[in-house]
Design a protein around this ligand. Structure first.
Ligand code: GRG
Length: 292
């Protein structure tokens, strides 16, 4: 029978929760900025990206704890992107991770600053890793490229530009591989970098994460239709309300699941060459069926 890695995943998540709760512990507390950052950072969330960083470090022969500051940095960038994405100027959402969104609680100006604070502090967090300087520099280069205008922020720009008009499938693919895939790719690559993995390892890990990221986003589009506000902790039906083109509008639900399964197969194939790819295979297959 296939091994179940739920316990290992829980252990990683606990390690990450503890580390995230310490990021701002000894920092200065100016007005309600730190509270606003921690409100969203410590609101739960699946922690898929930082788990991927820790486990990819292990996959590439490293000790996961070495990669913990890199894992926290990725989650901090992810959280900033959610805070900004929920703002009235973007999706104007009221619920995230089962709680009122950051701007609903702290106001728009503080929510913008909370996002800015998390984004910049993420790079400071990278430098806290007790790793050779060349690996830290490589991590800074990788994360800034994947999260910035050539990656996630660029994807968000394409997303906004596409609202209210139909997008072609290739436009959608490009948008999603930037908006969602780039940060997932960074998460995996940072694990490889922390472990001092070879160029070949990095290429295999990147290919895995690119396919996983695309499958994750297509499944996310499906959940917006088939799940509930309560299960997701955010409003469902928002893509339709915002007139967004998604894979569901392009392929229908069945077509989407076929695509998720095909991409999952591609992810699994990309990492077959590693000695112990079982966790990554389990993760990809679990995410293909996820309900939240
Ligand atoms: C505002 C710069 C900027 C970028 C926004 C991440 C993003 C780009 C927008 C969020 C909306 C969205 C649906 C993005 C696609 C990526 C995605 C599926 C995010 C949700 O990630 P999960 O499911 O969330 O991992 P949790 O809460 O579990 O961490």
């Amino acid at each position: 029978m296939e091994k179940d890695f739920t316990v290992q995943m829980k252990r990683d998540q606990e390690l990450i929760e503890r580390a995230l709760s310490e990021v701002f512990r000894d920092g200065e507390r100016y007005a309600d900025l730190q509270e606003a950052m921690e409100y969203s950072l410590l609101a739960g969330g699946k922690r898929i990206r930082p788990v991927l960083t820790l486990e990819t470090c292990r996959l590439c022969g490293g000790e996961p704890a070495q990669a913990l500051p890199f894992a926290c940095a990725v989650e901090m960038i992810h959280t900033y992107s959610l805070i900004h994405d929920d703002l009235p100027a973007m999706d104007d959402d009221q619920l995230r991770r089962g709680r009122p969104t950051n701007h609903v609680v702290y106001g728009e100006a503080t929510a913008i600053l909370a996002g800015d604070g998390l984004l910049t502090a993420a790079f400071e967090e990278l430098t806290r890793a007790e790793l050779p300087a060349d690996r830290v520099v490589e991590a800074v280069a990788c994360l800034s490229r994947c999260a910035g205008p050539a990656g996630m922020v660029g994807g968000q720009a394409l997303d906004m530009a596409g609202e209210g008009r139909g997008m072609t499938r290739s436009e959608l693919e490009q948008l999603q591989s930037l908006k969602t895939g780039a940060l997932i790719s960074a998460a995996a690559q940072l694990g490889c970098i922390a472990a001092g993995g070879s160029r070949e390892d990095r290429d295999r890990v990147r290919a895995y994460a690119q396919a996983l990221g695309r499958a994750f986003q297509v499944r996310d589009d499906m959940l917006d239709v088939i799940s509930s506000d309560q299960e997701l902790g955010k409003p469902v039906g928002s893509d339709q309300a915002n007139e967004k083109s998604t894979f569901v509008t392009a392929l229908g639900l069945e077509g989407c699941q076929r695509l998720v399964d095909e991409l999952t197969g591609r992810a699994v194939k990309a990492i077959e060459g590693f000695e112990q790819p079982d966790f990554h295979i389990w993760l990809a297959e679990s995410l293909a069926k996820r309900m939240k």
